[in-house]
Design a protein around this ligand. Structure first.
Ligand SMILES: Nc1ncnc2c1ncn2[C@@H]1O[C@H](COP(=O)(O)OP(=O)(O)O)[C@@H](O)[C@H]1O
Ligand SMILES: [Mg+2]
Length: 351
């Protein structure tokens, strides 16, 4: 899929405007603070319902705007068009629409357009908290499996019910009501993650070998519940203690992964540069996995040239240019082919 049109209003510093994009490469350039990253962010919010920079929607709302609205048209290779829209106001919170139908949950909306984000100054996937890696993984699996999105939405629902019960306390029968579906959903989720992880890992190894030529990187999945464990029993045994915490401490919502660099944790022993390259390999692997599942990715690359040397920038271009649609920001336009846009003071103008 590729994004053919984007309209924004009330989003960060962006003026109310529309733009039409190229199905291959789109190059956005202009002065610092002009709004280049904000455009990529708007595309990411349209694709996944959330920003890669702020958790709070009130931060991405334009300073004086009562609400924001991001709308877009995306086309498939067979020219089927999808219309999507995200609306937010502090009073009404956020709403998602796909082909004029409202989608009630972000988890179900996210991934309708498979976007992969490259922010090289940001090593959140390596050194950030586990929640960021889980969000990355859930988005990634959700892009290749709609069923997975439904499973996760259902799991979050029953998890919230059990957590509410833990806070107020309840009898065994009340717990059973939520723990049984939780265990069933968790098993299904674990299967799909395992399947995804196998493919993802092999792409990651290929990609990390290209960008970290001399180092050996290894991905390690850290499940909260082991494959041989009975999750229903884990939940049952955990009730007493978890009532003290008021939430469920084990389950698929607590999985994590880590990267080993020459057999040591990258987050502790890797240099800034190594961590950045590993983060890049993770994003590339995610896009490659989507691609092999038949979903052509949209690559959002924010200022990558500022952090990569020329050889790696060219390598990155060559890796993605034929594989999906590219949005690429830089202070100066790069010497590559594509539709060019100048972005200044929140306005985007084709040049
Ligand atoms: N919520 C907001 N409302 C209005 N302007 C904002 C908001 N958040 C950030 N900005 C402004 O957006 C600009 C930064 O835009 P950005 O896309 O990061 O620029 P760049 O072109 O350098 O990538 C800054 O001028 C900043 O003040
Ligand atoms: Mg920027």
């Amino acid at each position: 899929m590729w994004l053919s049109e984007l309209s924004v209003s009330g989003f960060r510093n962006l003026a109310e405007q529309s733009a039409r994009f190229d199905s291959r490469a789109n190059l956005l350039f202009g002065p610092n603070g002009g709004g280049k990253t904000n455009i990529l962010e708007a595309i990411a919010v349209l694709a996944s319902g959330r920003s890669f920079r702020s958790i709070q929607d009130s931060q991405i709302l334009g300073f004086d705007a009562p609400h924001f609205r991001i709308a877009g048209v995306a086309k498939t290779e067979r020219d089927r068009a999808y219309n999507a829209r995200v609306y937010f106001s502090p009073a009404e919170s956020k709403h998602y629409f796909l082909d004029r139908k409202e989608i009630g949950k972000r988890a179900l909306f996210s991934g309708w357009l498979p976007v992969s984000v490259f922010l090289l100054d940001d090593r959140r996937l390596i050194s950030g908290p586990p929640a960021q890696r889980r969000a990355f993984l859930d988005d990634a699996v959700g892009k290749v499996s709609r069923t997975y999105r439904f499973l996760m939405a259902d799991f979050r629902h029953v998890l919230a019910q059990r957590n509410a019960l833990l806070k107020r306390g309840g009898g065994p029968a009340e717990y059973e009501v939520w723990e049984k579906p939780m265990a069933e959903l968790a098993a299904d989720i674990a299967d799909r993650r395992r399947d995804y992880w196998k493919k993802f890992t092999s792409h990651f190894h290929l990609m990390s070998a290209r960008f970290l030529e001399t180092d050996e990187l290894k991905l390690e999945y850290i499940p909260s519940v082991q494959a041989g464990e009975d999750y229903a029993e884990v939940l049952r045994k955990g009730r007493r203690l978890e009532e003290k915490f008021g939430h469920t401490r084990r389950g698929p919502h607590r999985d994590d992964f880590r990267i080993l660099l020459n057999r040591r944790p990258l987050r502790a022993f890797g240099s800034y540069g190594q961590q950045r390259m590993a983060a890049l390999a993770l994003t590339l692997a995610e896009a490659e996995t989507a691609l092999t599942a038949g979903r052509r990715p949209v690559y959002l690359m924010d200022d990558v040239a500022a952090e990569l040397d020329d050889v790696h920038t060219k390598l990155l271009f060559d890796l993605v240019k034929t594989k999906g649609q590219l949005f690429y920001t830089a202070a100066k336009p790069p010497a590559v082919e594509g539709k060019r846009f100048h972005v200044k003071k929140g306005k985007i103008r084709q040049v």
